[in-house]
Design a protein around this ligand. Structure first.
Ligand code: SAH
Length: 345
């Protein structure tokens, strides 16, 4: 049987667990603080926990603490990319970005991915497995601890499809936003999905205040199917309908990500079609010049095409920004560092 994943327990669960061991309830508070505020890397650091209890926990629980394999820091913008090893040997990557509004960490939700988006490096080797809540959290914990910088924003936009790991994602959200833990506001958490429609509805019904980002990448089914296999399962119309529901239920603005691929989805008519598609929706469009990966021959849109696309949307009064490219010199795009490391070792 698997051992108890102690760092994935919320405060109430931990309290029950500790009481079940015949320990006083305040031990739960101490343990929770060590794990989720002091970000302890092991039980050995927990100086006010009796040695006998620490020994018992070492024996009977799994204490998630990711091993840092490599850190690459961009000379251009200070962005750092972390490669972590999970306890079963799987590798994942996370990114620390510095913005004027604070530090943002982009985390992975799965080792690999099974969504198959054509331009994405994370999906090339398929899905290894989903991450536990503690493995998602610990990416942030290790980064905050080793960089000494407070993380204020989290984006679930690294490798993997978070809605393909839905229950763990929700537990992760609960732990991340817990006032007894890092206490990051749900509003400062962004979750990006390629569009698993039923889970958009589930999330909407939970009425959390997190920011939902949808990887749209095309304004119609035909074009979207060429880029993203998930588009064969859910139509653009169904996706937009689900977003509308999300907006109504939560009052939150939805972000649409649109990676611009030269000659594929960056024409003037695409921009017009996109504007028509999202007209009237409380949304924001984030244009991302596609990051070329060597296994595919997609080209990044020319700057002129990006600007033309953006100005068409602006003329139609759609909120639009072009994502600043960060960490280009350190394999910043999803899955690139992990993949290169695995190829070379
Ligand atoms: N599976 C989730 C989250 C991970 S990908 C999703 O699909 O949203 C995060 C974002 O980066 C997605 O919008 C994805 O489509 C985009 N992306 C992946 N590879 C990219 C690349 N090479 N260039 C630009 N954007 C990319």
């Amino acid at each position: 049987m698997d051992k108890t994943d102690i760092k994935s327990m919320d405060f109430d669960e931990l309290t029950e667990y500790v009481k079940g061991l015949g320990q006083p309830a305040f031990r739960a508070k101490q343990l929770y603080e060590w794990m989720h505020i002091k970000l302890a890397g092991s039980y050995d650091e927990m100086s006010n926990i009796p040695a006998a209890l620490r020994d018992f926990l070492k024996e009977n629980t799994d204490y998630t603490a990711l091993e840092t394999v490599r850190v690459q820091t961009s000379k251009e913008d200070g962005t750092s990319k972390y490669l972590f090893r999970l306890c079963d040997g799987n590798l994942i990557e996370s990114v620390l970005m510095h913005y004027h509004h604070g530090n943002s960490v982009c985390i992975s939700s799965q080792a690999g991915c099974r969504m198959g988006c054509r331009f994405c490096a994370s999906t090339l080797g398929g899905l290894e497995r989903s991450l536990s809540p503690s493995e998602m959290l610990d990416q942030i914990y290790r980064i905050q601890k080793s960089s000494g910088e407070r993380v204020s924003n989290v984006v679930v936009m690294g490798s993997g499809e978070p809605f393909d790991n839905f229950d763990n994602l929700i537990k992760f959200e609960k732990l991340l936003t817990d006032e007894n833990g890092l206490n990051i506001s749900a509003r400062n958490l962004t979750v990006s999905t390629c569009g698993l429609v039923p889970n958009i509805y589930r999330l909407a019904d939970m009425q959390l205040q997190l920011t939902l980002a949808i990887s749209l990448h095309a304004p119609n089914d035909e074009m979207r199917r060429r880029l993203m296999p998930i588009a064969n399962k859910y139509s653009v119309a169904e996706l937009i309908e689900a977003c509308l529901y999300y907006i109504c239920k939560t009052g939150r603005r939805v972000t649409f990500e649109y990676s611009l691929v030269s000659g594929e989805n960056d024409s003037e008519s695409c921009a017009m079609e996109l504007a028509d598609l999202v007209r009237g929706l409380n949304c924001h469009i984030n244009l991302i010049p596609v990051n070329p990966i060597k296994e595919r021959d997609f080209r990044q849109s020319e700057l002129a095409a990006v600007n033309r696309f953006k100005s068409i949307l602006e003329k139609k009064h759609i909120n639009v920004t072009v994502r600043r490219e960060m960490g280009r010199d350190i394999d910043g795009a999803c899955g690139q560092l992990r993949k290169r490391y695995m190829e070379n070792e």
